[in-house]
Ligand binder design. Structure first.
Ligand code: FRU
Length: 493
């Protein structure tokens, strides 16, 4: 145990991934105000993580380790600034994907647009490189491209009562609200009085107790009630349950639909005839198109798939302007060894519904990152030196029964018309396309390559770390090329 006065903004903890976990607690006024697991490095730390203690400024505190004798405690220090000389400047730091400055992230949470800001909350372990200690991290953007990380928006109420995934919405009075799973209590609702930086629980919490998690809550205008689509393990099966509420406090069960696992998403989208359809999916993104009357989802299609690769637990924005349907997924498995952070969010995408199927394209705002470019005329083979961070667009013609495409900084992106697939790095993804031409959009960052093909009919996120020194673009196989562009992309940080 260490006792001292909190005289600075932050407590910095030295971490070494793989060190034994200490259960640490910070005591103020006789109670544990923060408690979490941390791989505390008594010596030879890999990096420091931080805890914002502004709320307790000037207070006496006790820092305790559950096992009573942690030699690492002596190395915890106070500081008014974060330790990075160049924030977000590490060698493997993605330059146009959101990552948190420190620690682990997984599911995007609470995606909501309000007052000119796109809020991105996320499952977050602020104190380590691996999953654990689930908090809600928070970042905001004015353009879905550049993100500004704010402080923790939701702390667990107690050790072991973790703040799992959930959703965000705008209340009738304009404040932001969230619904999330407290692992110790059930589905909970909380409101913000400070523009989404922090949330206060409503007294009725938990508003729902069941076996399940990950509430998606939105206002359903036609019926004038709130809807919650939530993952539900009723009778040991996997369902999405629908509940309704007049006031977010009292909820009534309405229906359930089987065959979906965690992180449900349910939203309306206009089809190509301008007719409103509804999309339902779980964490793997396999979706149904159907109708929704405010209580029950009625499928009008079989399950279909848009995304492949490292893409999980995606959400779409509630309250987005101009009828936009913007989606962000977690790039699950995009790892950053040796870095003080781990995992990234996918690029923000705009969804459309065409011929009964979803399509995804990076939001048009992404074009703001484009800098100098090289291009090759239609019919030319695009061979040459390109930038490290790059967006490549082209159209391929590949004869039936052949394969061809591009090598982008050593990463193959190939249309295989023998098997009807697209190959991206070491991944192979189905593309049933009855056409001799294929348009491609390829985004290359430090930890991933994303590919949008056939007007967004197929979207792939692949974990791959292109060799930093390799700046080569080259045509491969039996492809002919339409006009090709390679844009250098700027950094969002
Ligand atoms: C999906 C998930 C959610 C859960 C969260 C916990 O990745 O398992 O079901 O709420 O992650 O971090």
């Amino acid at each position: 145990m260490r006792e001292f006065t909190l005289s600075s903004r932050y407590l910095l903890f030295p971490v070494r991934t793989g060190a034994p976990k200490s259960r640490l607690s910070l005591w103020v006024d006789g109670r544990a105000v923060r408690e979490f697991d941390l791989e505390l490095a008594a010596a030879d730390p890999e990096f420091e993580v931080f805890l914002d203690v502004l709320d307790f400024a000037g207070k006496r505190t006790e820092l305790r380790s559950a096992d009573g004798s942690d030699p690492g405690l002596a190395a915890v220090r106070q500081a008014d600034a974060l330790p990075d000389a160049a924030p977000y400047g590490e060698s493997l730091r993605p330059q146009f994907h959101f990552t948190s400055r420190r620690g682990w992230l997984n599911d995007p949470n609470g995606l909501v647009y309000a007052d000119g800001l796109w809020h991105l909350y996320y499952q977050h372990n602020p104190y380590g490189w691996n999953w654990g200690n689930m908090h809600w991290g928070h970042a905001v953007s004015e353009d879905l491209v550049c993100w500004r990380e704010l402080g923790i928006a939701l702390y667990p109420q107690a050790y072991g009562d973790w703040a799992y995934s959930g959703s965000g919405f705008v209340l009738p009075d304009g404040r932001l609200g969230i619904a999330y799973t407290s692992t110790g209590r059930g589905e909970c609702v909380a409101f913000s009085d400070d523009g989404g930086r922090s949330f206060a629980e409503i007294p009725e919490n938990p508003v729902l107790r069941h076996r399940g998690r990950d509430p998606k809550v939105f206002w359903h205008e036609p019926t004038g009630h709130w809807v919650m689509a939530v993952y539900d393990e009723f009778e040991d099966q996997r369902w999405i349950a629908i509940h309704t509420s007049p006031d977010l406090r009292a909820w009534t069960f309405a229906s359930r639909i089987g065959g979906f696992y965690e992180c449900p998403e349910l939203f309306p989208i206009a089809d190509d005839a301008g007719r409103e359809r509804w999309i339902l999916y779980g964490a793997d993104g396999e979706y149904l198109v159907g109708g929704f009357d405010g209580r029950e989802f009625r499928p009008e299609s079989g399950k279909q798939r848009l995304w492949f690769g490292e893409f999980y637990a995606s959400q779409t924005y509630t309250n987005a302007p101009d009828g936009r349907r913007v989606q962000i997924g977690w790039g699950r498995g995009i790892v950053f060894p040796g870095m003080p952070f781990n995992q990234q969010m996918g690029i923000a995408c705009e969804l459309t519904l065409v011929d009964g199927r979803l399509r995804a394209q990076p939001v048009p705002e992404l074009a703001r990152l484009r800098g100098p470019y090289r291009n090759w005329r239609a019919g030319e083979r695009p061979d040459g030196v390109i930038a490290e961070l790059v967006e490549v667009t082209t159209t391929l013609s590949v004869p039936a029964g052949a394969r061809g495409g591009l090598m982008v900084r050593g990463v193959p992106v190939v249309w295989n018309r023998i098997d009807g697939t697209i190959e991206v790095a070491d991944g192979v993804f189905p593309l049933a396309l009855d056409a001799a031409e294929l348009d491609l959009r390829i985004l290359v960052d430090r930890g991933s390559v994303e590919v949008f093909a056939a007007d967004g009919r197929l979207a792939v996120a692949k974990a791959v770390r292109p060799d930093f020194a390799n700046r080569q673009l080259a045509g491969v196989g039996e492809a002919r090329f339409g006009e090709t562009f390679a844009y250098e992309l700027g950094s969002i940080w």
